[in-house]
Design a protein around this ligand. Structure first.
Ligand code: GTP
Ligand code: MG
Length: 410
């Protein structure tokens, strides 16, 4: 079921077209930009991994997000061994509205995948705890939701006994950096032998630059790369290249206001230049919400009891859309209304490729109307055309967030 929640207002803040165009003209000159910019405009969006120390509520949060009890959540460290994977519909108010307006038989929202990963501890790179063999689960995802324990509860074991979110964050990030260094080590050794080949030389230089940064405790996403280096960087699948959202798990009473621990995480994230603010959630509230009977109104009232407007899912997805530069467009007929995700700055054929590669290959043109105009014209195509709101666009058209599109292809 698609939940109607105010969510997309912030998503439209993702990179604007002019930012993207500026970025393109800049990067084609061979100048360097932070890898995180490339991750935003080029990287794919497959899934989000939930990462953190053991026993901090990752599986509890995962179960709540996916409205399932797929993951075992219990009060002992390393409860999760194999990763749990679940899909979640992105709450989308616009999709609901279009679907209601056209009285479509069905509506299909965008789905994101969440992966609940085994807990990491200090020394994982050297085999402590469950070791780092589970890091491959993070490698395949596009974004890291780094869950941090910011609640006090003597009854819930903390692997280091006391609550210290910054120490915890640094523990995890150090392990991710060490894992990246390990994966680059072989390339560095082999690269030294093959310097006569210019392509390998470029790869070696890039790997060396990343490695130097990692040795200084700086994640790979901070490395400055050129357009030509991007495909190589991307193919390395480094753990610290992933955009990261710090997600503070707090006690129910702190969910709306945060607490002294979340303030520390906020300051830390500013000092590290993270693009978005940490998200504050209460896995317990999320869990209760997911298990609640009742309609959306009842759930809204329940959230309001804690002074909350949105659930944790909306907050994380909002952050993910921002960090990954994601936007949505819609296709609509009387049969079905469908939301699709694309990246800010994509042309119409590329965006059409999200539906099917044939749409991209055989793209001829598309009819387009903005969401607001579509609503204003009450979904009436004839009226929209008369008012000049619905236009026909070609291969170079840059799709806007909220566009309602009809593709023509052969
Ligand atoms: N007080 C409190 N307890 C919580 C909260 N979130 C989770 N817990 C409890 O913490 C314990 C561990 O939760 P899990 O979700 O299994 O933690 P995990 O991070 O997946 O643990 P591993 O799989 O071992 O890494 C469980 O007993 C949960 O009920 C919370 O927000 N507040
Ligand atoms: Mg778990």
């Amino acid at each position: 079921m698609i939940k109607g929640i105010r969510l997309f207002n912030n998503i439209t803040n993702a990179a604007t077209q002019s930012q993207i165009l500026f970025f393109r003209s800049f990067s084609t000159k061979g100048d360097k930009l932070k890898a995180s910019h490339f991750m935003k405009t080029r990287g794919s969006c497959k899934s989000i991994s939930i990462v953190g120390l053991p026993n901090i509520g990752k599986s509890t949060f995962f179960n709540a997000l996916t409205s399932s009890n797929a993951a075992m959540a219990a009060n002992f460290p390393f409860c999760t061994i194999d990763p749990n994977v679940g899909k979640v519909f992105v709450p989308d108010e616009r999709l609901d509205y279009i679907s209601d307006l056209l009285k479509t038989k069905s509506k299909v929202g965008v789905q994101l995948e969440f992966v609940d990963v085994a807990g990491l501890i200090k020394g994982a790179a050297d085999g402590e705890g469950l070791g780092n063999k589970f890091l491959g689960n993070i490698r395949q995802t596009s974004l890291v939701c780094h869950l941090v324990r910011c609640f006090e509860d003597k009854g819930i074991t903390h692997v280091s006994d006391e609550i210290d979110p910054i120490r915890d964050i640094e523990t995890i990030e150090t392990e991710l950096i060490l894992a990246d260094l390990q994966s680059l080590e072989k390339m560095l050794t082999e690269g030294k032998k093959k310097q006569s080949n210019p392509e390998l030389q470029m790869k070696f230089d890039l790997v060396k630059r990343i490695s130097d940064l990692l040795h200084r405790g700086i994640p790979a996403r901070e490395v400055e790369i050129s357009e030509i280096e991007w495909p190589v960087f991307h193919s390395l699948h480094l753990l610290t290249s992933k955009p990261t959202i710090y997600t503070c798990n707090v006690a129910e009473g702190d969910a709306a206001t945060g607490n002294k621990y979340t303030d520390l995480v906020k300051q830390y994230s500013i000092s590290k230049g993270l693009e978005i603010e940490p998200v504050v959630i209460s896995a317990k509230i999320e869990s209760e919400l997911a298990n609640m009977e009742g309609n959306e109104e009842t759930k809204k009232e329940f959230l309001q009891l804690y002074g909350l407007e949105n659930n944790g899912l909306s907050k994380v997805i909002n952050g993910a859309y921002k960090l990954l530069g994601l936007q949505s467009y819609y296709t609509a007929s009387s049969n079905e209304c469908h939301a699709w995700t694309f990246k800010a700055g994509w042309t119409a054929p590329k965006a059409a490729g999200v539906i099917h590669t044939d749409f991209e290959k055989g793209f001829i043109k598309c009819d387009t109307i903005s969401y607001n105009d579509f609503i204003e014209c009450k979904g009436d195509e004839k009226l929209a055309k008369e008012k000049g709101k619905q236009r026909s666009e070609g291969k170079t058209y840059i799709v806007n967030d909220g566009d309602v599109l009809f593709f023509k292809f052969n």
